[in-house]
Write a protein that binds this ligand. Structure first.
Ligand code: ACM
Length: 553
């Protein structure tokens, strides 16, 4: 129940820093009963989750004999997935049955959640004892062993008149006969379970993770990552199209998840939950044909007012301005488009660095920038400013608004980046690592050709790349530039090589001096290292290139 200290900041930080403060605690049985009672008075059932066979570090730290290696371990001090997993000795099942008995005495819920997610099997793979037991049990592999584990626990839970529910990983190696499934890694697990006649709660990361960002990360408190804005939540449909009417009956509903590694106070939980929870409530409590985003949006200001009266620390991210660069199809140039999710209020802005007032320029349908500028903006309703002043700097360079042709496609990761992400004039920051400002190339080189539209004199090509060992994000080995007048014959115009090893989280600026050559076509190549040892798992993984802009001067 106690860890000796806690990681500071995000788990992707490298090197890692810790606060040196002992932290922990527990609920007494009476306190648990009070929670259950409080919820019951509000028609809410609390379903406890006791994680097994993985996510078991705390139990194994307390009782090393429950583990596979038998070695004592510390309670973990950072976030993530750890290899510690229960062994399958009878004594371990007796322990778990004891725990579950106490849990079932305290929680009257029909369902008992046993986790089952993210159980790394490497300790099972490496243990001669476990391998021998797998053979003795006539099982094929570690997945079947996980299935054996869950089935054995299910038998016990069923014998007490309760039902087992677990994350979709419990499908691997064969689903326990009466188990219900909570589908979090997308919805395929939930669909498969429903087709097989098992009850399902949908809880996919794509729509229902409320620990994910709900707005532009640059304007939000630090979160684990991801992107689930309000409209995305509202667009969720818990019953997959592929199910027949009969199969659809197995979809019990949907659940939002709020994991609190990066959330330290109840107020911050409220910020992550409201108003997304109201969107989800309408999704699960109204028929599909009654749901309408515009109608929901029209009710939102009043809803937020109600939260305010109740002292709820809701998020007003729906008012926050997001900046996008889009191609103006009429004259073929880039324009900056601004808007908030709610689409209400008047957007006022300045380009001279001053703070916008209600008399500043009124934004209409796009701003055409001819030089590097900083846009400062604020939403007004009448005289009333809503939300905060937001600003974004745009670098207008020779490739601004010119769409690169990529040899290998970029990879979308949560945020929908697009063809102009690397020539939209917008740079990323540490806070916006998870945002549409950064373009990713998984495993492949970033190889792009940019047509400047006319012959020009090129002096310099610049690009920034980040290093985040935790996510296998590595700056390229080299950045090279070739130039062409006709788009057919290219001449090598310069290159830089990294030369040194990358350590920790850092930003690398590559500048290729091009000796003032005329060209219309610019071909750049950033060489991916291919694969890299992950700081998270210790295994080799595809390396990711991540950059925010190709600047041509
Ligand atoms: C989960 O987020 N590991 C269920």
């Amino acid at each position: 129940a106690w860890r000796k200290e806690t990681l500071i900041g995000h788990s992707y930080e490298s090197p890692k820093k810790y606060d040196g403060k002992r932290y922990g605690g527990y609920y007494t049985q009476d306190e648990v009963k009070e929670v259950v009672q409080y919820a019951a008075e509000r028609y809410i059932t609390v379903v406890p989750e006791i994680e097994l066979p993985g996510h078991a570090s705390a139990a194994i730290a307390a009782y090393p004999t429950l583990g596979v290696t038998g070695k004592p371990i510390d309670v973990v001090t950072s976030w993530g997935i750890f290899p510690n997993i229960f062994n399958i000795e009878d004594s371990t099942f007796l322990f778990l049955e004891d725990v579950l008995t106490e849990v079932m005495d305290l929680f009257p819920s029909e369902y008992i959640h046993v986790g089952g997610d993210e159980a790394i099997k490497e300790q099972w793979e490496a243990s001669p004892r476990i391998q021998q037991q797998i053979r003795q049990l006539g099982l094929k592999n570690e997945h079947e062993l996980q299935s054996y584990f869950i089935k054995r626990i299910e038998k016990f839970i069923n014998s007490k008149g309760r039902k087992l529910i677990g994350w979709d990983e419990i499908l691997e190696g064969g689903l326990a006969p009466n188990a219900a499934v909570m589908s979090w890694r997308g919805t395929a697990g939930g669909e498969a379970a429903a087709k097989a006649g098992h009850y399902v709660v949908m809880s996919p990361t794509s729509h229902l993770y409320f620990d994910y960002y709900q707005g532009n990360p640059g304007n939000e408190p630090l979160a684990i990552g991801g992107y689930t804005p309000l409209q995305k939540v509202y667009s969720y449909e818990p019953t997959p199209e592929s199910l027949t009417e009969e199969e659809a009956k197995y979809i019990l509903g949907a659940q939002a998840n709020v994991w609190t590694e990066y959330i330290k106070t109840p107020e911050h939980v409220e910020y992550m939950v409201f108003p997304r929870i109201s969107a989800l409530a309408e999704v699960v409590w109204s028929p599909r044909e009654k749901r309408n985003w515009d109608w929901f949006k029209s009710k939102l200001p009043e809803l937020l007012e109600r939260y305010k009266l109740r002292g709820i620390n809701y998020s007003n991210s729906v008012y926050k301005i997001a900046f996008k660069s889009v191609l103006d199809s009429v004259n073929g140039t880039l324009k900056v488009v601004m808007g908030n999710e709610l689409g209400t209020g008047e957007i006022r802005y300045t380009l001279d660095g001053s703070n916008p007032t209600k008399n500043s320029s009124l934004y209409k349908d796009g701003i055409h920038l001819r030089e590097t500028s900083t846009i400062k903006t604020q939403v007004f309703e009448g005289d009333m400013p809503l939300g905060n002043i937001e600003e974004q700097r745009f670098i207008v360079h020779k490739a601004y608004g010119k769409e690169p042709q990529f040899t290998h496609p970029y990879t979308i990761h949560h945020f929908p980046t697009h063809g102009l992400t690397l020539t939209d004039g917008m740079l990323g920051s540490k806070l916006t690592l998870f945002s549409d400002l950064w373009q990713r190339f998984n495993k492949v080189d970033l190889e792009a050709t940019i047509d400047l539209g006319k012959t020009d004199t090129i002096e310099m090509v610049k690009a920034r790349f980040v290093s985040i060992p935790h996510y296998s994000i590595v700056p390229p080995k080299s950045l090279s530039v070739q130039l062409s007048l006709d788009g057919k014959e290219y001449t090598k115009a310069g290159a830089v090589t990294r030369g040194v090893a990358v350590e920790g989280n850092s930003v690398w600026e590559y500048e290729v001096n091009v000796k003032t050559l005329p060209a219309r076509y610019v071909m750049i190549k950033a060489e991916n290292v291919g694969s890299v040892k992950s700081e998270k798992t210790g295994k080799f993984k595809d390396a990711v290139l991540m950059t925010d802009e190709i600047i041509i001067e």
